[in-house]
Ligand binder design. Structure first.
Ligand code: ATP
Ligand code: MG
Ligand code: MG
Length: 354
């Protein structure tokens, strides 16, 4: 079979490798860090930095297609890899999603709603943005943020200098605070020939900026559910996207507001491993190798619970629970805030609540 190159060897790369190997594909991981979680599963691992052109060349020449588990790959590395091997999802999705301003401009261009936003590079620009957007607001770094890192809440204009200092000079964006009732996400997939399939939206609860639980079905009316899926399809088509994408949404009385998009498999899609015949990882592999998409319809109600840091102490208790499907990432050192695994609990499917 073909060999799939994956940029990034974390838990997402690991679960992609498991799905790929089930379909008879070998995976080659490119990852700067030593002993990556995906290393136990993949056929081959290259440990090198993204500025190592020789390593990038050898990697690209050893694989048939390149995909990735995170969106912050340096542009020069991507340019080089792309000259040697197809990258899926394509560069446009990365260009759009690597920067929160580019991403929001793109979403607004599709007539989708986002939080009010303004680029902030100086303390004066922050004061101006606060005058327009108001408080409460959130200042976020434009690039490289994840799990709520690189963010500062601004409850009143007096908080501005401290929030600005927290960004440590990184180009930032001020976002108006959305008074949402709850958060949901759609995991969507698109094949090379343009077939689109979306998983049922999940409802997400965050703790300390990190995803805590995803529950399906989400609390949505049938028209909200339809909106969520259609807007995701809209985004996938606009990017001529190939692969799986996560779309995070705020649910408000004025409709759905797009928080952010992630051009990859997504933590809030982990429930699909036990709730669907074809999960998000296999769906992504199918798309990037040019296969048709599989059946992503949901056959159970699922609650996905992330295991963060010392949550790992509960593994033996969870293992004794008959209905808890454990997915552990094989990470050696337990650190606070580190995603160590997750558990999916299934209950027979009920009619969707509205
Ligand atoms: P991820 O790990 O999902 O990539 P991230 O670091 O990119 O996280 P965001 O998704 O932007 O961060 O924000 C994390 C959480 O903070 C959101 O899921 C939401 O709960 C809250 N949040 C972010 N932006 C806003 C906003 N404009 N209004 C209200 N809440 C927000
Ligand atoms: Mg994010
Ligand atoms: Mg997010």
């Amino acid at each position: 079979g073909a060999t799939i190159g994956i940029l990034g060897g974390g838990q997402l790369g690991r679960m992609l490798s498991v799905a790929a190997s089930r379909l008879g594909f070998a995976c080659h991981i490119f990852e700067p860090g030593v002993n990556p979680p995906a290393g136990d599963v993949a056929a081959k691992v290259t440990t090198a930095n993204y500025d190592d052109l020789a390593a990038l060349t050898a990697f690209a020449k050893s694989v048939d297609v390149i995909t990735y588990e995170f969106e912050n790959i340096p542009t020069e590395a991507l340019d080089h890899l792309e000259s040697l091997c197809p990258i899926r999802p394509g560069r446009e999705a990365l260009r759009v999603s690597q920067d929160r301003i580019t991403e929001k401009d793109f979403l607004v261009g599709l007539d989708l709603k986002t939080a009010p936003y303004a680029a902030v590079d100086t303390l004066e620009a922050l004061a101006d943005a606060l005058a327009t957007i108001g408080t409460p607001a959130i200042l976020k770094t434009r690039r490289f943020g994840y799990d709520g890192k690189g963010q500062a809440r601004i409850m009143a204009p007096v908080d501005a200098p401290l929030a600005f200092a927290n960004m440590a000079g990184a180009p930032s964006v001020l976002e108006g605070f959305i008074n949402f009732t709850h958060e949901v996400s759609v995991i969507g997939a698109r094949s090379i020939d343009g077939q689109v399939s979306c998983y049922d939206p999940g409802e997400n609860v965050h703790r300390n900026g990190i995803l805590h639980t995803t529950t399906v079905p989400a609390r949505l009316t049938s028209s909200q559910r339809m909106d969520a899926v259609l807007l995701t399809a809209n985004i996938l088509n606009a990017l001529d996207y190939v692969g799986v994408m996560g779309v995070e949404l705020f649910v408000t009385s004025e409709g759905l507001i797009v928080n952010e998009i992630a051009p990859r498999v997504h933590n809030s899609g982990h429930w699909t491993q036990n709730g669907c015949v074809i999960d998000q990882f296999e769906q992504h592999i199918r798309a990037v190798v040019g296969w048709p998409l599989g059946d992503g319809s949901r056959h159970a109600d699922v609650e996905m619970h992330n295991l963060i840091g010392t949550d790992m102490d509960r593994v033996s208790t969870l293992a004794a629970e008959g209905n808890a499907a454990l997915h552990l990432y094989g990470k050696a050192d337990v650190k606070s805030g580190r995603k160590m695994g997750h558990v999916n609990r299934l209950v027979p499917k009920k009619p969707a609540k509205t």
